[in-house]
Design a protein around this ligand. Structure first.
Ligand code: VGL
Ligand code: ZN
Length: 202
């Protein structure tokens, strides 16, 4: 067991991000057995769940004429328009059936405001609206976070960058994560994480 100051944060291991899902990440289900095993090593386990209303502004379907994976401008900056995914209460939004959920003490749901996306487990995409995770971790004495899940170059990277910015020691286990890799997003995410002091490990 790792020290109580270390938390495992499992990002968005949901049906829609796994093969067969609406925004499937290649090999997304391959990481689940490793993540399940990691949970035994951590006294604090947090799961996140992408949790959008059907009218969410990140869905291409809610922008007439816009193609999925195109870019638009939101008040908070550029935003990729995604296929409709992880709609609240749907099977696609449920955790993958093979993921252990019993060891988790907290489930953070994010992206529930129609007008703003939330990749990070800590802040919505304006980078200022908090999810509450920082307070939860700090009040439990956590100083170090290990991030795994889907997808490396979006929700995992945004979460890791915010963790580092907040002063947590942050590491991403790339072998327990899978990537979307849209227009060079993986290379960009990796260089940003390295620059921010996030440890990238297998
Ligand atoms: C994610 C795109 C849209 C993710 C969530 O979990 O990485 N990516 N919503
Ligand atoms: Zn989403």
């Amino acid at each position: 067991m790792r020290p109580a100051t270390d938390a495992l944060i499992v990002i968005d291991v949901q049906n829609d991000f796994c093969p067969g899902g609406a925004l499937a990440v290649a090999g997304g289900d391959e990481i689940i057995s490793r993540i399940n095993g990691l949970m035994d090593n951590f006294a604090t386990v947090v799961l996140t769940q992408d949790w959008h209303p059907a009218n969410h502004a990140s869905f291409a379907a809610n922008h007439p004429g816009a193609a999925p994976f195109s870019l638009t401008q939101m008040p908070y900056g550029p935003q990729v328009l995604w296929p409709t995914h992880c709609v609240q209460g749907t099977t696609g939004a449920e955790f993958h059936g093979a993921l252990r959920t019993d060891p988790a003490q907290l489930v953070i749901r994010k992206g529930f405001r129609p007008e703003i996306d939330s990749y990070s487990a800590f802040f919505e995409n304006d980078r200022t609206t908090p999810t509450g995770l920082e307070g939860y971790l700090r009040s439990r004495g956590v100083t170090s976070v290990t991030l795994v899940g889907l997808a490396t170059d979006y929700c995992v990277a945004y979460s890791a960058l915010d963790a580092a910015r907040l002063g947590f020691a942050a590491r991403v286990l790339e072998g327990a994560a899978r990537t979307i890799d849209l227009n060079g997003s993986l290379a960009e995410a990796r260089s940003q994480m390295r620059a921010a002091g996030v440890a990238l490990e297998e």
